[in-house]
Ligand binder design. Structure first.
Ligand code: NAP
Length: 434
């Protein structure tokens, strides 16, 4: 019987577990996460109003319930156990720790108060136990969001919807109370309208925002020759460009909408101005013209980056684990964003896991079987008896039930437990023994 360890219980790690269990009926999987809860990005990255995307949690939960899999929450590689210990105790190890941090813009003024990262805001509005309160949001009125990806749209939409528009979701109550003052968001895009990374569905969703006027200058979305060719060849690009065209009017109809969501293309941010708080963002246009956007908040949403893990090879250029189709070293593989960088939708990680698991199983084929059971049992015993509280699948299910019950009492889908100690108190295995 082959025992596998997977580090990271987000969609990528769970898709890898599903693939292992599917391909090898005798396989056993121990799934570790540094958080007390599984589901990673589905719980802490997908926007609270994207219930349809969050419904993938059901598929992932079915994998977690497979009795050939054990979940160990609140276990961190490097703190609670080492890679060497995992390689000693398991036939194969898969690292699927994702990419949780926003990349920097590396421009002057980025350290000012009011200059925020998308990951800070997303973690906070999703109730991540390690997130700090983004106090600045309560005072934000005019916000620039830099970047043309779906995370920019999530942040803009959540800020413009405010507390009232999100009251029935699982967004933490303390966050709801602080949202609602933003009335102008400008999404700053460094390239042209045919180069954006927004998905069409996420763009069209903006049309449903109450009380929000969508603003695009017609002169800002004129296609040059190269962009026209892309427009003619790529249907997805054409639909996105047509959507922006439908929002652009030389003379905007007079509406009484109170809020504005503006898009600015071909503008690179070069400096954030302010004495101790953000006052403006300086933009350099493709034609070299400089302009100043008066804002009190700048959110950088220019892609995510992963963390280097102790003992695991690392590519400092790409901020990923270097691998050959997922295989990092003998018996060690990686999958998801920490393998290929932060791209694709949640489902993309399924194909990624299929590739990585295939490479890992191929690497194991023909190897001399080694009895690793005592090393594995010793490792798990040490984890169970350590001073750190462990959360197993039953514990996670208790947390899940407690959150759902709190949600039902407030007519909301769920009320997330944000405090790590409270999560451990409800979900920890010691709490069942006491
Ligand atoms: P992303 O899609 O890679 O977009 C990052 C954006 O930042 C790009 O427009 C990029 O422009 C821009 N950028 C990078 N460096 C910049 C700089 N120095 N100055 C200005 N702009 C800069 O990343 P993301 O939005 O973080 O999303 C990550 C992944 O999650 C994506 O695959 C996304 O589709 C997915 N996601 C999906 C959903 C959904 O399905 N609803 C929701 C959220 C996220 P260039 O193109 O010019 O490099």
């Amino acid at each position: 019987m082959n025992h596998f360890a997977i580090v990271g219980a987000g969609p990528s790690g769970i898709f890898a577990a599903a693939e292992l269990l599917e391909r090898d009926s005798a396989a056993r999987v121990d799934l570790f996460d540094k958080l007390p809860t599984p589901l990673g990005l589905v719980r802490y990255g997908v926007a609270p109003d994207h219930l349809k995307i969050k419904s993938v949690a059901q598929t992932l939960s079915a994998v977690l319930s497979d009795d050939r899999l054990q979940f160990f929450g609140n276990v961190e590689l490097g703190r609670s156990l080492s890679l060497d210990q995992l390689l000693e105790g398991y036939e194969g190890v898969i690292v699927a720790t994702g990419a949780p941090h926003s990349r920097q813009l590396n421009i002057p003024g980025e350290q000012l108060r009011g200059s925020l990262s998308a990951s800070q805001i997303v973690s906070w509005y999703n109730g991540h136990p390690d997130a700090t309160t983004v106090e600045e949001i309560a005072g934000a009125r005019r916000v620039a969001v830099v970047g043309a990806g779906n995370v920019s749209l999530d942040v803009a939409r959540v800020l413009l919807k405010g507390g009232a528009g999100l009251a029935s979701t699982d967004i933490p109550t303390a966050v709801l109370d602080r949202l609602g003052a933003v009335d102008e968001v400008t999404i700053v895009v460094r390239r042209g309208v045919s180069d954006v990374k927004f998905s069409l569905a996420e763009l069209l969703e903006l049309e449903k925002l109450d009380d929000v006027e969508l603003v695009v200058e017609p002169s800002n979305i004129v296609l040059d020759e190269a962009a026209t060719q892309i427009y003619e060849q790529k249907r997805t690009v054409a639909r996105i460009v047509d959507t922006f065209r439908s929002w652009a009017h030389a003379e905007r109809p007079a509406t009484n909408r109170r809020k504005v969501l503006r898009f600015k293309f071909n503008q690179s941010p070069i400096r954030i101005i302010g004495t101790d708080h953000v006052e403006a963002l300086v933009l350099l246009a493709a034609d070299e013209a400089l302009s100043t956007l008066e804002v009190d908040t700048v959110v950088r949403s220019v892609g995510y980056a992963g963390d280097r893990l102790p003992g695991v090879p690392w590519d400092a250029q790409t901020l990923t684990i270097p691998s050959q189709r997922g295989l990092v070293a003998p018996r060690l593989c990686t999958t998801g964003w920490i393998k290929r960088g932060p791209s694709g939708v949640i489902g993309t990680n399924k194909a990624c896991a299929v590739e990585s698991v295939g490479e890992l199983l191929a690497d194991l084929t023909g190897r001399e079987p080694t009895d690793r059971s005592s090393a594995r049992e010793g490792l798990l015993d040490r984890l169970r008896s350590s001073s750190d509280e462990l959360v197993d699948l039953d514990g996670w299910q208790r947390i899940d039930a407690a959150e759902s019950a709190r949600g039902a009492s407030e007519s909301r889908v769920r009320v997330k437990i944000v405090d790590r100690q409270e999560l451990l108190k409800i979900g920890g295995i010691q709490s069942t023994n006491s």
